[in-house]
Design a protein around this ligand. Structure first.
Ligand code: MSP
Length: 510
């Protein structure tokens, strides 16, 4: 079975920060999780290279446009490569392939008579690249996300009426309660739909914004950046208005999940399904929406506000995989989460004390007493068996869900730490270092070591989506060279496997 996962495509007017890293890591963790379950996943991410913000950044850089766009887009791509993101396609909205699909979609909608030209006056927030209603602004008249007053703009533009689709969308959300996850965001969207929807302005005059896809029906305008950017989800899998060409597209689209943060909920849950409806395409299968990582002062982290955690700095301190695990484990499911270098270091130390120490202690012990060989599993007690079976059942349950979700990924990460705690407690209470000294207790010693190693094997396999290299290192330290699957059968570790004490999985950091 196939699955298609997308991240938002990121603006390139600044450097990537931890928020961009998070959504992209989340998608990659979901991809690895689904792949372990035997699904064939297509994963896309990329950069949103048009619009006024990017245009201003380019002008300020003094660089040639194409060089500037490539340099900025590469900042994201290089970060994602460094974070081991296994994307199948990296979208760039400045690419001819993407632009051709935007043009095709615009022509299709225009020819259906769904676009009209009119004069408009409104308050425009360049940070959001959106016109704002007075009710969108705070008491000072500022955009709450960008802490700036929007500017009053009067222009002739092309508009895409949304209101006639409002009731359809309300009905769709109500009859598909899993469409937007978590459910509280579906409620928020229904709130947005409780008032009539204004026509969406889908053009920008070139004398204000020249960085964009030219409207095929009026060369004095470029396409509104959001109309252009949302199309990436269908351009990257080859949509065409000629339906005979859509075989690959149809297969993937029916299994599409968009990942996004709540800042772009309206564009994805209101504009996008209506655009799709007018293109004759069903809504994506799911929208998975998360809250924000917030920095000092509990303000949303954003390039425009300058309070960002730099993912490169974090990776220099602790490496990429502990960062991947931390972000998936520490993001709250009920609101924004604070992030700082200190909190990240605490998360790293928790992993080192839990999984890292356990692996090192048990392997060193058997290198000393058992020639490094996995001992016999002949004399396991009911309690030993219960520990391994409980851990294996818990992971089997978590890998048996129909689909990955934010809750599931979070629960899986917590279960890894919980299982590590259980095995550490088992190891401490059975005192194998005492058993090792007494020849009459040798069978018991072997059983405790086997139990610990087999539990570690299962935990390492379950860790794979978050920490693929560390998971593989643990497995090969137990003499296992196969890639983990989503079957967590107990007692499968082969006695007499040669184990290896390697370097610490989580080296000491200050
Ligand atoms: N270009 C648009 C998206 C177009 S998608 C068709 C855009 N770009 S963005 O660079 O501002 O990225 C927004 C996305 O980055 C969020 O929806 C989220 O996925 C991620 N994050 C950015 N800041 C974040 C946090 N502080 N916390 C969590 N995620 C954040 O909007």
């Amino acid at each position: 079975m196939k699955k298609y996962i997308t991240t938002p495509i990121y603006y390139i007017n600044g450097s990537p920060h931890i928020g961009h890293a998070y959504t992209t890591i989340l998608g990659d963790v979901m991809k690895k999780y689904e792949t372990m379950r035997g699904l064939n996943v297509h994963y896309t991410t990329g950069t949103d290279e048009h619009g006024q913000k990017n245009q201003t950044s380019c002008q300020e850089s003094g660089m040639e446009l194409a060089d500037f766009l490539k340099m900025r887009s590469d900042n994201f791509r290089n970060l994602f490569d460094k974070m081991d993101i296994d994307y199948d396609y990296f979208v760039r909205t400045s690419s001819p392939e993407h632009k051709a699909v935007v043009t095709d979609a615009l022509n299709y909608i225009y020819n259906k008579g769904l676009i009209k030209k009119k004069s408009y006056e409104g308050l425009y927030c360049v940070g959001c690249e959106q016109f704002k209603k007075p009710s969108d602004l705070d008491e000072r008249g500022f955009c709450p996300d960008h802490q700036k007053a929007p500017v009053l703009i009067t222009e002739e533009n092309y508009f895409f009426p949304l209101e006639e689709h409002r009731q359809w969308l309300i009905d769709y959300i109500k009859s598909n309660p899993d469409w937007i996850q978590p459910k509280r965001f579906a409620k928020e969207v229904l709130g947005m739909l409780s008032e009539p929807l204004e026509d969406l302005c889908i053009s920008r005059p070139k004398n204000r914004v020249w960085l964009g896809v030219e409207l095929p029906f009026d060369k004095d305008f470029v396409t509104y950046i959001w109309f252009d950017a949302l199309i990436n989800y269908i351009s990257s899998i080859g949509w065409s208005s000629d339906v005979s060409k859509n075989q690959k597209f149809n297969e993937l689209w029916s299994e599409c999940t968009h990942l996004l943060a709540k800042d772009i909920l309206k564009t994805h849950a209101v504009y996008w399904p209506i655009m799709l409806k007018c293109l004759g395409i069903n809504p994506p299968k799911h929208l998975i929406v998360h809250d924000y990582w917030i920095g000092e002062g509990s303000i949303k982290m954003s390039k425009s506000l300058g309070n960002v955690v730099d993912p490169y700095e974090v990776m220099d301190i602790m490496g990429v995989e502990p960062l991947r695990f931390y972000l998936c484990n520490a993001m709250s499911l009920n609101g924004d989460s604070q992030i700082s270098i200190d909190l990240l270091k605490q998360g790293y130390k928790q992993l080192a004390n839990n999984i890292g120490n356990l692996q090192m202690r048990v392997l060193k012990m058997i290198a000393k007493n058992l020639n490094g060989l996995v001992p016999s599993k002949d004399n396991l007690t009911t309690k030993d068996k219960k520990l391994v079976e409980t851990i294996s059942n818990n992971f089997n349950r978590l890998y048996n869900h129909n689909e990955s979700s934010l809750e599931l990924i979070s629960e899986l990460s917590s279960e890894i730490l919980k299982a590590g705690d259980m095995v550490n407690a088992y190891f401490a209470s059975n005192e194998p270092w005492v058993l090792a000294k007494d020849e009459t207790k040798f069978e018991r010693y072997q059983a405790v070591i086997y139990t610990t190693l087999d539990a570690l094997r299962i935990i390492a396999s379950a860790m794979y989506p978050f920490m693929p290299t560390i998971s593989t290192k643990i497995l090969s330290s137990l003499g296992i060279n196969e890639k983990p699957t989503s079957k967590f059968a107990p007692f499968e570790l082969t006695p007499n496997n040669q184990t290896i004490v390697g370097d610490p999985l989580f080296p000491f950091i200050g």
